[in-house]
Design a protein around this ligand. Structure first.
Ligand code: PMP
Length: 460
């Protein structure tokens, strides 16, 4: 943010009052608001300014939504253009020039084989709405109701998406092992772990007594985000494609979080060359405004008119902001930039891990980065060969980051993974500043833990 910009922030007293009223009036289910007690009033790029006048480097990016950071000029310009044009802002699912341009730009980014034969369904505004649409689509097209989904998955908060997420127990959902190098369920990790995971999947599907309800689809995240930043090996993904192809099971790739350059390819499936039958997209495609779609092969388009409806499927401002974002990422090769910068950041974090035993694992792809914190001195109660996760240390690191003006996210099964999801526009200098603050916060949290050891488990 330019130093000359006027400061209109509220005084600290107002900041406190807003936070107090929020805690009194908003639901007990509020999430980020608990761990990040800030009151954003202005933002630009990587930076958020709070009502207390403090500035923060935002590596949460609206849970991975802001591919271009906050208020990028091309996004603001696209929104203003629609507002100034007199175009209707609410149009249900009617055709408009704004939607036409969005669809054209989105299709240009897709794997060619899919783009040549694709249909698009504009869904309700959230990622979870698009997941629901995808599940309904494949169930209609196949006449089957079962679903194959993975351990550690996160697909959203509506009923069907929740069933597909790890932790759910819907009888129609068969839970399959997602390869996990660091906490490998087979105790091997690496290629061998992924091979065993694939073999288990194959075996289960072909076992007539395997108890698998006839699957309408397999749904997976190419990199699990909420599950703890776990990239699927490309070979394993190709294997899942073969397994589903051979058995006429549609493959759904949930690219809600991984899309639009985040992982170092425009779509995360591009790394492996896998072409899914359905792609679920949201977050970054709306350029910071709510937008969610599914794109799928025309052969699956067995819906009757009105089979999937919804009032808010025509957000013109989101489509315009999304078109500008998609075009900017494509034209400026930001996926490649994410790959290079992400690799550099991972390297530096791995260096940090060498001198901090509490860093159990550093992993990620592109600018989707996770640092799993562990208790290196505790007995291994998890039986996967890795030290137990350290959620209270992770929470302390998150707090120490905030104290140093850095916003990070926590994730993973045990909330012990510190997640970095910076905008793809991150400069080298900003990346250094982020990592400097993180390293300092980690050291501080470690020091205070040595002085006040905390034997408790998860902090929430
Ligand atoms: N799928 C994935 C992979 C996600 O990461 C998320 C959100 N974190 C969702 C679906 C759900 O999106 P939303 O929160 O917009 O409903």
């Amino acid at each position: 943010m330019a130093a000359t910009e006027p400061t209109t922030v509220a005084p600290p007293a107002a900041h406190e009052g807003i936070l107090r009223r929020q805690s009194l009036r908003e639901s007990a289910a509020r999430t980020y608001a608990r761990s990040l007690p800030i009151v954003p009033v202005r933002a630009r790029g990587l930076t958020i300014e709070g009502a207390d006048g403090r500035r923060y480097l935002d590596c949460l990016s609206g849970a991975g939504t802001l591919a271009l950071g906050h208020n990028h000029p091309v996004v603001l310009e696209a929104i203003k253009k629609v507002l100034d044009s007199g175009a209707p802002l609410h149009v249900l699912d009617l055709a408009t020039p704004v939607k036409d341009a969005f669809t054209t730009e989105l299709f240009a980014t897709l794997p060619r084989e899919l783009a040549d034969d694709a249909r698009i369904q504009f869904c309700g505004p959230a990622g979870t709405d698009a997941v629901e649409a995808a599940l309904k689509l494949v169930r209609t097209a196949t006449g089957r109701t079962g679903l194959l989904a993975f351990t550690g998955a996160y697909h959203g908060m509506t009923a069907g998406a929740l069933d597909a997420s790890g932790g759910a127990t819907d009888v129609r959902v068969t839970r399959l092992p997602y390869p996990h190098d660091y906490r490998c369920p087979f105790g091997t990790g690496g290629e061998r772990g992924a091979e065993l995971a694939a073999r288990w999947t194959e075996h289960l599907l072909d076992d007539p007594k395997g108890g698998v309800p006839a699957p309408a689809a397999m749904i997976l995240e190419p990199v699990q985000g909420e599950g703890g930043v776990i990239p699927a090996p490309d070979d394993w993904l190709r294997r899942m494609r073969r397994i589903t192809d051979d058995r006429s099971i549609p493959l759904i790739a949930d690219e809600v979080q991984t899309g639009v350059g985040r992982t170092g390819a425009f779509w995360a499936v591009d790394h492996s060359g896998v072409v899914p039958d359905v792609m679920v997209m949201s977050k970054a495609i709306g350029g910071s405004l709510p937008l969610a779609v599914i794109v799928y092969r025309s052969a699956l388009d067995a819906w009757q008119p009105g089979a999937h409806a919804g009032t808010f499927r025509g957000n013109q401002l989101a489509m315009a902001a999304g078109t500008a974002t998609l075009a900017f990422v494509r034209e400026n090769r930001l996926a490649e930039r994410a790959a290079t910068l992400g690799a550099r950041m991972l390297g530096r974090l791995q260096g940090l891990a060498a001198s901090h035993p509490c860093i159990g694992d550093v992993r990620g792809r592109g600018l989707m980065i996770g640092v799993e914190l562990v208790d290196p001195d505790a007995d291994d109660g998890t039986r996967d060969g890795a030290p137990p996760p350290a959620p209270s240390l992770a929470a302390a690191v998150q707090r120490a980051c905030l104290d140093r003006g850095l916003i990070v996210e926590l994730g993973g099964r045990h909330s012990a993974v510190v997640r970095l999801l910076p905008p793809l526009t991150l400069t080298d200098e900003q990346a250094t500043a982020v990592l400097d603050r993180f390293a300092d916060a980690l050291a501080a949290a470690e020091r205070s833990r040595q002085h006040h050891p905390d034997p408790t488990g998860p902090s929430h």
